[in-house]
Design a protein around this ligand. Structure first.
Ligand SMILES: [Cu+2]
Length: 312
């Protein structure tokens, strides 16, 4: 029997290996590069977020290693020894004051630093020449409304939001003539600011593009208008909902395609043309005289006449 007993060291090594094997799939992600670090940043200003991230990463890494090393060293140094009486420490006020002040100062510094990034980079008003894109999240996907060649989105009213009009657009707003819609694909040009109007039709979702270093919740009943970015690299990214929003959440994503300005212009021209034809068709259908009402028959039940209101 004793033949199969493992040494304590080997036993612990096996336990650690098993734990690592269980945890490692969590790091698995559909990415071909940089598995051990953040994906490449692809927007102007993203490096501010990265700097903060890298600083916190190394700060916590160094503190972790240093405290664990001291901990292990003390465990060995002050272990039980024959003939050495136990020493009961009642603390050291000076030391405690310092190890409270230093971390507090670091945390306050991080708050100031991160708030500056938040307000200067992420909450700054979108530039006037931004392309506005209306992004409506729902369980489980993204409706996208893009401005056409005129560069202007048609007006919308929250009250008009309905099953067949999820953007709540005003049907006869001329600015909406060339607006085109897409399902789950956002196409933007590189090097131009893009202003996202973020909405939700049902529950809380989140706009999250890792390469853009951007995260913002979409909240039902509210239009979030401070999300904007300027992509610096052409590429196909993924916009993934990052709020657990229901059973289909795992698959709630959209394509975020950053293309060259020429390609974008060509794309918009084509889409706008088709959208304008659609717009005219809808308008014509609305303007057409209503079909003649069928004559009332004996079976037709007419609603009771409304009581006349006395004129004053
Ligand atoms: Cu979700």
């Amino acid at each position: 029997m004793n033949r199969f007993r493992l040494s304590p060291l080997l036993r612990w090594t096996l336990v650690l290996l098993a734990m690592f094997a269980l945890v490692s799939p969590a790091a698995a992600e559909l990415r071909e590069y940089g598995l051990w670090w953040t994906p490449e940043a692809a927007t102007k200003g993203a490096h501010h977020v990265d700097n903060l991230f890298v600083f916190i990463f190394w700060l916590t890494a160094i503190v972790f290693v240093a405290t664990q090393a001291v901990y292990v060293w003390f465990l060995i140094k002050y272990r039980r020894k024959r003939g050495v009486p136990a020493h009961y420490s009642h603390g050291n006020n000076t030391l405690e004051i310092w190890w409270t002040i230093i971390p507090a100062a670091i945390f306050i510094g991080l708050v100031i630093w991160s708030n500056r990034i938040w307000y200067r980079e992420l909450r700054a008003p979108a530039p006037a020449d931004s392309i506005q894109i209306d992004l409506v999240s729902y369980q489980y996907g993204w409706h996208v409304r893009n401005p056409g060649s005129d560069g202007k989105l048609g007006a919308y009213k929250a009250q008009l939001t309905a099953k067949e009009n999820w953007f709540g657009t005003e049907p006869d707003d001329e600015a909406g003539r060339d607006d085109y819609q897409s399902e789950g694909i956002v196409t933007v040009p590189v090097g131009r600011p893009v202003h996202i109007l973020l909405r939700s039709l049902d529950v809380i979702h989140a706009f999250y593009v890792p390469e853009f270093r951007m995260y913002q919740d979409a909240i039902p009943g509210r239009m979030i208008d401070w999300v904007w970015f300027e992509a610096t690299k052409i590429g196909n990214y993924e916009l993934a909902c990052s709020q657990l929003c229901g059973s289909g959440h795992y698959n709630m994503k959209a394509k975020m395609n950053v293309v060259s300005q020429e390609e974008y212009d060509k794309f918009v021209r084509e889409k706008s043309k088709a959208a304008a034809i659609e717009f005219e068709k809808k308008k014509a259908a609305q303007a057409a005289p209503p079909a003649v009402a069928p004559a009332a028959t004996a079976e037709t039940v007419s609603p009771p006449a409304a009581p006349a209101v006395a004129a004053r």
